[in-house]
Ligand binder design. Structure first.
Ligand SMILES: Nc1ccn([C@@H]2O[C@H](COP(=O)(O)OP(=O)(O)OP(=O)(O)O)[C@@H](O)[C@H]2O)c(=O)n1
Length: 416
């Protein structure tokens, strides 16, 4: 088989050519070949080569020794980063983690034998010719994840591969070959030895995939979600999570739903922390999760008071409506979307008709209040006064005009 390579591969082709010019072998390998064959977006370009890391470093002017312990050097080539890994085996495993020292080999065939799955062991030369020692192309066609050689050996070498199998199955909507899957069930406890950062990278990819539900079901069925930290603390949340139509939800919504289903705020936030999501996303999820725990029962637009609408803001109220509808609707409710939209419409119209939409729109600020009452020490009373004014404006007891608000303050108890 020979493929046409477009510009995504051009930097890699240049690097291969230079290596070949110096008498080394080099090939595209792993995810880039797999994704090219599947017509998926190609992320990183990885090469494998007979050149040793120090030889790669010598041959290229700009390199980063990204993973010398695995024989990997990153070559910087025309604003692209190409990872070059020397042909190697997997040996000297300690505690089912990465090898202590790398063992180089001389042929591509041997290098392919040490790789995790057949679909990740397809090599391609610079002209687009496929070299497929482990019959990965047939497994791509069969849509199956199968280890190279004995699954036990591959999982003993690196237990994370069991989670990777579930992740690839979820991302690609592939099945897991039965011998591979049975070995996952048997050896799942080896995952206890894996660093939580690596586990969290794989789980995040499951949560991002369209078929997230398939992934969560596999995590449960294989026993990983029941036995392996950090999932073991929240197994029942996983069980109910797997019954939702998750595909329709954004990544953020999926996380908040899962955390809300934990039904214990502290436990949920602890689980979130252990998953090491990107900071911004994590902060947002944390905020929304806390909100869901603070307002667990507001599932109808009429259950929100006017004051709550202003205090929470439309976006947060919409989120609460969604979460509460999700956890209270039967999973086959075909009117789900219509009901949700109807509720959102009611909220939107109620907010529109309020005298003001946010506390910041009050015609007097906290600073102005502090100036008016110079004799008082700044403190909590300012916020309390603002909230009192907000309530009065929302209830139409006073108009949202500066002088009227001041007069209202003066009249009301405790503020003379
Ligand atoms: N535990 C692992 C990790 C990686 N690999 C090999 O190294 C390649 C590159 O690994 P990685 O970049 O983690 O994954 P990709 O297959 O490129 O997939 P993705 O980029 O989607 O993560 C894999 O294809 C596989 O051949 C492996 O054998 N065992």
């Amino acid at each position: 088989m020979k493929l046409d390579l477009d510009e995504r591969f051009s930097a890699g082709i240049d690097v291969i050519k230079r290596l070949e010019d110096r008498g080394y072998e080099a090939y595209f390998i792993g995810g880039c070949v797999r994704d090219l064959l599947l017509n998926r977006q190609v992320a990183d370009i990885d090469l494998c080569s007979s050149a040793k890391p120090e030889e790669v470093i010598r041959l290229f002017s700009r390199t980063i020794p990204t993973g010398l312990q695995h024989g990997t050097v990153t070559v910087l080539w025309r604003r692209k980063q190409i990872e070059v890994t020397t042909f190697r085996t997997e040996q000297n495993y300690a505690n089912h983690r990465h090898p202590k020292e790398v063992q180089f080999v001389s042929t591509l065939a041997e290098d392919c034998k040490r790789r995790d799955f057949t679909i990740n062991a397809i090599a391609m030369d610079k002209d687009g010719r496929i070299i497929d020692y482990e019959h990965g192309v047939a497994d791509l066609e069969r849509k199956q994840i199968k280890t190279v050689g004995h699954p036990e050996e591959r999982f003993q070498e690196d237990a994370l591969r069991m989670l990777r199998a579930i992740r690839f199955s979820t991302q690609l909507r592939f099945s897991i070959q039965s011998a591979t899957y049975e070995a996952i069930k048997r050896h799942k406890l080896l995952l206890q030895h894996i660093a939580k950062e690596r586990i969290s990278v794989e789980f995040q990819k499951v949560m991002q995939a369209d078929a997230v539900q398939q992934g969560v079901r596999l995590l449960l069925d294989s026993g990983i979600a029941g036995d392996i930290h950090p999932f073991s603390g929240v197994t029942s949340a996983f069980q109910s999570f797997s019954t939702f139509d998750l595909q329709e939800l954004s990544e953020k919504e999926r996380w908040v739903l899962l955390l809300f289903l934990v039904a214990d705020e502290e436990k949920a936030l602890h689980f979130l922390k252990q998953n090491m999501l990107p900071k911004l996303l994590s902060r947002e999820i944390r905020k929304l999760t806390k909100l869901c725990y603070a307002y667990p029962t507001y599932r109808k637009a009429t259950h929100f008071s006017d004051l709550m609408l202003v205090q929470l803001g439309q976006e947060n109220v919409f989120f609460l409506l969604l979460m509460n509808r999700l956890v209270t609707s039967p999973s086959n409710d075909y009117l789900f979307e219509q009901k949700l939209q109807h509720e959102q419409e009611i909220i939107r119209s109620r907010i529109e008709h309020l005298p003001l939409q946010a506390i910041e729109q009050l015609a007097i600020s906290g600073e102005e209040l502090a100036k008016l009452y110079m004799q008082r020490k700044k403190g909590q009373w300012i916020q309390q006064a603002l909230e009192r004014l907000l309530l009065a404006v929302v209830n139409r007891e006073v108009e949202n005009e500066r002088d009227r608000l001041i007069a209202f303050m003066m009249e009301s108890e405790g503020y003379e």
